[in-house]
Design a protein around this ligand. Structure first.
Ligand code: NAI
Ligand code: HPV
Length: 530
């Protein structure tokens, strides 16, 4: 039974599929401190959060069973991604479910700002009928600067068009073609800052975007401009903004997010006549909350059940159209990695993965992650290594990973070759998928073979001479080790050769030693594959 902890208020309807799943137990415990979470997280396989819970390195470290942290929303700045990767915990988010809702909130804020709605409301309900103090401005014909033209920024731009605004956008990933389609003129941050009547920011908070609007930007802005932040506190320098308002540069600001949430009671925005605020409500609609909770619950279920999943934040995504093509190679890759780790001796220094054939045309990084998982699991234990941290663990250990691709594959549609260099030796294993038969090892070092990579194998290096196969069979038989299949590979008659035996159960160490002592036999290694 998988245990899932929901530690922030998340839509009940959205997590219903988790509650209904017969293999999942859901616990809702919101508002816990870091210490309280550390005390209980060891029981859980998954954790669902919004932006309140700070998922720290200490929580991840204590989450011995934790496989996934699911963020029911977009921003993952409350989750220590580095620690997640180190601990092999997958972090996923729900990137699409709250786009429209947050875009609409941005628009609500922009209009409220243009027409002083919160201030006018406050005065009216307090009994003062004041029609003079709240002269607003139209949006029509104004220039809206959009910093960050991703999902939300693009939707804001579309709606701003309908209001007759001219849009000036900046995003490092926005192409001219897409900008043209959206009716957006592309400009630099400086163009936007100098020319916009309204600015709205829709980037994540990164070292690059932190205070991307600060004193030097405010100093060159149009007098009377207005600014909105429904993305992340800290993109706009709060202190510099208050000064720019006081100097008469900025006419008003609308903020949904703060550098520190909740803001201190004496935060200069609170009660400022020209600044309107909401308490991080951008994603707070019934629809968005259901959407993000449904999306994240679905992916968490996939992860817990070891099924293909989407929206991982701490590993590169697998495009949907490639998932089914790559999927069968994950098992093959893991087996090849495990095989070569067990076959070789000495500390691993370098791994070369060669993808030949059709695979050369696609992004094979996910397969490499599985190869590394198989390879490192042998030394570090399968509990420690997974596809999230396998590359990271290799890097930590200074293992050099070289990936090579070739469109040509002589005998197979696709061939994956894993070569490993240790302090002592260089070994390689190659595998393919045979239609209707599944994974096959087709080459070990320089010897062609045909081995189904599963179960208990014995890999023997020997000299090709009469009688050796019989002697191996007799010795194993005498020790009650039953041979299921046998493969022999050699390059030249009478030269060096290998033998791969599949046996019905584990081979005792002393039997392996006796094999190694046989004349004409060089090494005998047990290899166990899942
Ligand atoms: N207030 C709220 O409740 C909510 C806030 N958000 C926040 O809104 C922001 C945007 O979300 P989405 O549009 O879904 O994300 P997104 O990932 O689709 O878009 C972000 C865009 O920012 C761009 N960007 C990154 N660095 C930049 C830079 N230096 N200058 C200009 N552009 C840059 C990226 O290229 C990307 O296109 C995020 O910070 C997210 O956390 C999202 C949902 C709700
Ligand atoms: O999705 C996001 O990035 C948000 O900021 C929404 O945060 P929330 O889930 O409302 O705490």
């Amino acid at each position: 039974m998988f245990k899932v902890l929901v530690s922030d208020p998340i839509s009940d309807m959205g997590i219903q599929q988790l509650v209904d799943a017969s293999d999942v137990l859901v616990d809702k415990k919101t508002g816990l401190s870091e210490e309280e979470l550390i005390a209980i997280i060891g029981d859980y396989d998954a954790m669902l959060v919004r932006s309140q819970t700070r998922v720290t390195a200490n929580i991840m470290g204590a989450g011995k069973k934790l496989k996934v942290v699911g963020r029911a929303g977009v921003g993952v700045d409350n989750i220590d991604l580095e620690a997640a990767t180190q601990n092999g915990i997958i972090v996923i988010n729900a990137p699409d479910g709250n786009t429209i809702t947050t875009c609409e909130h941005t628009f609500a804020m922009m209009m409220a700002l243009a027409r002083h709605i919160p201030q006018a409301y406050k005065k009216t309900v307090s009994g003062t009928w004041d029609r003079k103090s709240f002269l607003g401005v139209e949006l029509r014909n104004k220039t809206l600067g959009v910093l960050g033209m991703g999902r939300i920024g693009s939707e804001v731009a579309k709606r701003a068009k309908a209001f007759g605004m001219n849009i000036l956008g900046f995003d490092p990933f926005m192409t001219e073609e897409r900008a043209e389609k959206l009716g957006v003129k592309l400009g630099s941050v400086d163009d936007i800052v100098r020319n916009a009547d309204f600015i709205t920011v829709h980037t994540p908070l990164t070292p690059e975007t932190r205070h991307m609007i600060g004193k030097s930007q405010f100093d060159v802005m149009k007098r009377g401009m207005r600014i909105v932040n429904c993305a992340r506190g800290g993109i706009i320098d709060e202190q510099a903004l208050v000064e720019a308002i006081d100097e008469g540069i900025v006419a008003g600001a609308a903020f949904d997010v703060f550098e520190k949430e909740p803001p201190a009671a004496d935060h200069p925005f609170l009660g400022h006549p020209s600044i309107i605020v909401t308490p991080h409500l951008g994603a707070s609609t019934v629809e968005a909350q259901e959407n993000v909770a449904i999306d994240v619950s679905e992916q968490v279920l996939h992860i817990l059940r070891n099924e293909p999943f989407m929206n991982a934040v701490n590993m590169p995504p697998i495009p949907a159209n490639l998932q089914s093509k790559l999927q069968p190679y994950f098992e093959l890759g893991e087996k090849l990695g495990s095989f070569i780790a067990q076959a070789s001796e000495g500390a691993v220094q370098e791994i070369t993965v060669q993808y030949a054939g059709e695979l050369a045309e696609v992004d094979t990084q996910p397969i490499t992650r599985y190869i590394m998982r198989g390879l490192l699991s042998h030394h570090l234990g399968s509990e420690q290594v997974n596809i999230v941290n396998s590359m990271h663990l290799a890097k930590q250990r200074d293992i050099n990973i070289i990936v090579q691709k070739s469109h040509k594959s002589k005998d197979f549609t696709n061939l994956v070759t894993v070569s490993l260099r240790t302090k002592k030796e260089e070994r390689s294993v190659a595998g393919t998928l045979l239609t209707g038969y599944g994974p096959r090892i087709v080459q070990i070092d320089k010897y062609p073979v045909d081995v189904t990579p599963e179960g208990n194998l014995i890999l023997i290096a020997h000299n090709d001479k009469p009688g050796i196969i019989g002697s191996v069979g007799t010795l194993l038989g005498n020790n009650n080790v039953n041979i299921a299949t046998m493969q022999v590979g050699r390059q030249l008659e009478g030269g060096s050769a290998i033998m791969v035996l599949r046996v019905d159960k584990g081979t005792p160490k002393e039997v392996l030693l006796q094999l190694t002592d046989m004349s004409g036999l060089n090494t005998a290694k047990e290899i166990i594959l899942p």
